[in-house]
Design a protein around this ligand. Structure first.
Ligand code: GLN
Length: 504
């Protein structure tokens, strides 16, 4: 019998065998959500009726022999930053409270076309700004490993939903690490595709030149199967890459043997040392040894400009965000606050933005507006763009020597709720290892890499590949996953203690 513990690939196989139905699976996950989400708060909106109706259609299709693909009937959760026709989309912000988009994001329409019932929308830091999901206007999500800890961010809702077995699959978005870092701290798998590999149409923009949607799952194979559904060219996104992509599912299956012979792996010099939690580094070093034992050749590679990535990112991102968020003007979407008397349009706008945006969003609007102002533009934004070029060159030089680069995904394990909330700089430092990939547009994955000795919490291994080589991310990711799962005696999430006592 299928359970919420099954991977999406298992559920797909059970559907294909006629051992279960989509209605049954969807109900199973809705029941799990009802059971645990009051504690986890992974969802902002659950669409039980919609998901069950889609599931019934999927079952009818399958009965006619017209299943649309392997994942037809497997339910999924979607981060609340992607528009969903008829379903609320808030981006974790008060300013979009009550907004129901009239259209689907391309990622969402591809999920619907492939027959995946959508369970609901997941919690996130407001407009995807943050590393802990504490900046959500609707309250934080909690980490299923320890409910007093953060699930990462900004896509903590998607990661926690998958880690708590509320959904077998989820969609996240990654602008500076928001898929990979939540993956690392919840013991799940997260993939940031090559920039342009997955359509951004209907993804409410944080920073257009960095944003990329991708899979959030419990296994590398599940991520690959989902990527095959959502990826590929979209004429509605002018930055979408117009090329045929190889099957990521096949790449993941090929990697699952765990054989890494002939694979050249680069360890990034700049992503270790001071500031990295010892237990995280220990797991990382061990995983490199494990990959060597499986045939990989390891070299140390220096990417000197990576040390400036964080600074460059926190100029480029606020600059783009401040411009993107200008459209929330009280006239078009969601919230509208009208001050007493006979206010002007500008006064309505000011009151709405004051009430509708949280502190982190305001901070970044101010930073971005400043960085773009004439007189400072060259000194800040212009410089940051130059650093961005240097980072791409470092990647090019590194990938001339190695097939993939590896590092810990995040410098620490999940910290406690509230611990970094009043210290933006401490919060930003979580993205140290993930940001370079966004600045350069290259793909990356985080796979579970055991538990840190100090706190027993999950650690992530990040694997980065050259732009367009997403298949390599899946091949090497699946190999690493096979080796590490074996080393840890089975799937890590079976050890998560935060929801102990809750039936599975
Ligand atoms: N934590 C990063 C930030 O706050 C990343 C955000 C993201 O990837 N959406 O900007």
């Amino acid at each position: 019998m299928s359970t919420v513990h099954d991977t999406a690939a298992d559920l797909a196989a059970a559907l294909a065998d006629g051992a279960t139905t989509s209605v049954e699976l969807t109900q199973l996950h809705l029941d799990r959500i009802a059971e645990v989400d009051a504690r986890v708060h992974a969802f902002l909106h659950v669409d039980g009726d919609g998901a069950l109706a889609d599931a019934a259609e999927s079952d009818a299709r399958r009965a006619r022999g017209e299943a649309r693909g392997p994942l037809d009937g497997v339910p999924i959760a979607v981060k609340d930053v992607l528009t969903t026709r008829g379903l609320p989309t808030t981006c974790g912000s008060r300013i979009l409270e009550g907004w129901v988009p009239p259209y689907d994001a391309t990622v969402v329409s591809r999920l619907r076309e492939a027959g995946l019932p959508i369970l609901g929308k997941t919690n996130m830091d407001e407009f995807a700004m943050g590393s802990s999901t504490e900046h959500s206007a609707y309250g934080p999500t909690r980490n299923p490993w320890d409910l007093d800890r953060i699930p990462g961010g900004s896509g903590g809702g998607s990661a926690a939903a998958v880690a708590a077995f509320e959904a077998p699959l989820a969609i996240g978005t990654d602008t500076g690490g928001s898929i990979r870092q939540p993956g690392a701290v919840t013991g799940t798998v997260g993939v940031k595709p090559t920039y342009g590999g997955v359509s951004r149409y209907g993804l409410v923009a944080l920073a257009n030149s960095l944003d990329q949607a991708g899979p959030v799952t419990r296994t590398v194979l599940d991520a690959a199967m989902l990527h095959d559904v959502i990826g590929g060219h979209d004429p509605r996104d002018s930055t979408s890459i117009d090329q045929a992509w190889p099957s990521f599912t096949e790449a993941a299956r090929a990697g699952a043997t765990g054989d890494l012979s002939g694979v050249r792996i680069g360890v990034i010099t700049e992503m270790q040392g001071k500031g990295w939690q010892p237990g995280v580094m220990q797991r990382f070093t061990e995983s490199v040894d494990t990959m060597v034992a499986a045939g990989a050749e390891v070299v140390e590679v220096s990417c000197p400009s990576f040390v400036h990535a964080l600074a460059a990112y926190y100029l480029i991102l606020p600059a783009e965000a401040s411009s993107n968020l200008a459209k929330f003007d009280a006239m078009r979407y969601g919230l509208r606050v009208v001050p007493e008397g006979d206010p002007s349009a500008e006064e309505v706008m000011r009151a709405t933005r004051d009430a509708g945006f949280g502190d982190e969003v305001k901070r970044r609007i101010i930073l971005g507006t400043y960085a773009l102002s004439s007189g400072y533009y060259d000194a800040y934004y212009g410089q940051a763009q130059k650093v961005r070029t240097l980072i791409s060159r470092d990647f090019d030089a590194a990938f001339a020597q190695v097939d993939v680069l590896v590092s810990p995904t995040a410098p620490t394990t999940a910290f406690r709720l509230g611990e970094k909330l009043d210290d933006p700089m401490a919060m930003y430092l979580n993205d140290l290892a993930t940001i370079p990939a966004n600045l350069a547009g290259v793909p990356g994955i985080s796979v579970p890499n055991g538990l840190a000795d100090e706190d027993g919490l999950p650690v992530g291994l990040q694997i980065l590949a050259p732009a367009l080589a997403d298949d390599r991310v899946y091949r090497v990711g699946a190999a690493a996953e096979a080796l590490l799962t074996q080393a840890w005696g089975g799937p890590l999430l079976d050890k998560a203690a935060g929801l102990e006592g809750v039936s599975r």
